[in-house]
Design a protein around this ligand. Structure first.
Ligand SMILES: *[C@@H]1O[C@H](CO)[C@@H](O)[C@H](O)[C@H]1NC(C)=O
Ligand SMILES: *[C@@H]1O[C@H](CO)[C@@H](O)[C@H](O)[C@H]1NC(C)=O
Ligand SMILES: *[C@@H]1O[C@H](CO)[C@@H](O)[C@H](O)[C@H]1NC(C)=O
Ligand SMILES: [Zn+2]
Length: 434
């Protein structure tokens, strides 16, 4: 080959590469929520409710943040305010605005926090790179009692990382799933704080808690969605796997488990909906990975806790129906009450309500806590919805991370003590001792 031809080829290749590198480095365009408002609307009738929820079919302009059957929280785009007001008049309902500008809240979310170059802490929210680096530090600093593991890979090929903490042989197992919903940042902030407490607290009751259970903690399950909330859209909820039948992206991972999947209107079959259950159960690689992992280790797991926000609720099975209740429902309520009472006993006085998912909220099928209970024989199984009850919603300022995490620790302590009293923490180890 003639040298000048080679040179030309090299130039063309490097130009092509240069272009693609440039494209990648271009700052990603972030979705903005300037002057988006969030309202609290109380229902008096199911017809009012339906009429208001119908607005969320206009996806660009309305987004449902919360619905418990007696009240909903609805985010409204500025251009859709006239339509919203007209609908309120039509159904004779009144709305109370609690966020005047969602973008302002997003901009201020980390304001109380230290600068980006400070060490990992709980005064601001961290991205996945920072959380992964912190996990490496934790593993390096506590090699005797920690073990890192990878659940599997996400759709975009990221590792879904977990941490096991075990101080001794024969402990009952507690599995904590966090950030299955991408925008619920308070959940991974709380999970990492909890890991740190379990490993470093000098408090006697925390030492007892840490050392008498085996902990399996996934700080960020929906890694792709989580990265997307940091880089592109703060309010993204779903996974990032494209659909074959629609331009809409992502599945509600907490509707994708293989247990009463898509039953009783507990999820949507529309890929554009926030509660899209996916084309089939376990279609999401993140959920398939979690399902495989737990299936192998289920004899070690006594307790499943799935961290969510927001609403301050402990939700037990069932999610797929409000007509039936699990066999040990009374025990599940006693254990939930112990959590709620303990949290309420702290100086913050925060109130957590409890009940079954379908009973207290609305049918939601294919969720982690139901699947763990129904299919994996984990009889103490809850979804925990963290702070708040409609002041900041998903965009909880970083100043609330520590109070929320302290409540979670005290709550879990009481939850496990009550579970033990009721006989649920007997080790489930099989004869082969695995
Ligand atoms: C809804 O949003 C779209 C896209 O932003 C906009 O073009 C449209 O006018 C909005 N509809 C209403 C009723 O405000
Ligand atoms: C609208 O709501 C108000 C207050 O609840 C009530 O007094 C009034 O009768 C209602 N009007 C209609 C048409 O339902
Ligand atoms: C994560 O956050 C740190 C600190 O703000 C920043 O330096 C880094 O670029 C971020 N990483 C990614 C992948 O966004
Ligand atoms: Zn959630």
């Amino acid at each position: 080959m003639k040298p000048y031809i080679l040179l030309a080829i090299i130039i063309i290749i490097s130009l092509a590469n240069g272009a693609s590198v440039f494209k990648k480095r271009e700052p990603k365009k972030k979705v903005r929520y300037d002057n988006y408002r969030v309202f609290k609307i109380k229902y008096k009738s199911p017809m009012q409710r339906q009429s208001l929820l119908d607005l969320t079919k206009l996806k660009q302009n309305f987004s449902l943040w919360h619905d418990d059957g007696s009240e909903c929280n609805l985010m409204v785009a500025p251009s859709a305010l006239p339509l919203f007001e007209e609908r309120l008049r039509l159904v004779n309902a009144t709305a109370e605005m609690f966020i005047a500008n969602v973008q302002d809240l997003i901009d201020q979310e980390n304001e109380a926090g230290t600068r980006a170059d400070a060490t990992f802490g709980w005064t601001r929210y961290h991205n996945l790179t920072e959380i992964d680096a912190w996990l490496d530090t934790i593993l390096a600093n506590h090699p005797e009692v920690t073990m890192g593991f990878v659940l599997g890979q996400s759709y975009e090929g990221r590792d879904i990382r977990g941490l096991r903490i075990s101080y001794k042989w024969g402990n009952p197992g507690v599995f904590i799933e966090s950030n299955i919903h991408a925008r619920e940042w308070i959940t991974s902030a709380t999970a990492t704080w909890l890991i740190n407490e379990l490993l470093t607290s000098k408090d006697e009751s925390v030492r007892e808690l840490a050392e008498s259970h085996d902990w399996y903690i996934i700080p960020v399950l929906n890694v792709d969605g989580f990265v997307y909330t940091h880089e592109t859209d703060r309010l993204w909820r779903k996974t990032r796997q494209p659909s074959l039948i629609s331009d809409c992206i992502g599945v509600d991972a907490n509707r994708n488990f293989d247990s009463h999947w898509m039953e009783n209107g507990g999820a949507s079959s529309d890929p554009c909906d926030e509660t899209y259950a996916g084309p089939y159960p376990l279609s999401e690689p993140e959920i398939k990975a979690m399902s495989d992992f737990i299936s192998i280790l289920k004899h070690k797991m006594n307790v499943m806790l799935a961290f969510h926000s927001y609403s301050q609720l402990l939700l037990s099975p069932y999610g797929h129906t409000a007509e039936e209740f699990p066999d040990n429902y009374n025990d599940l309520m006693l254990v939930a009450k112990a959590y709620s009472d303990a949290v309420n006993g702290l100086p913050y006085g925060t109130i957590y309500k409890y009940g079954s998912s379908a009973g207290i909220l609305y049918p939601a099928s294919g969720a982690t806590n139901d699947w763990a209970y129904n299919e994996q024989d984990i009889k103490i199984s809850y979804t925990i919805e963290f702070r708040d009850t409609g002041n900041f919603g998903f965009v909880l300022p970083a100043a609330f991370i520590k109070p929320n995490a302290e409540e979670t620790l005290i709550g879990i302590m009481a939850l496990l003590a009550e579970s033990k009293r009721l006989g649920y923490l007997e080790p489930k180890y099989t004869f082969d001792g695995i």
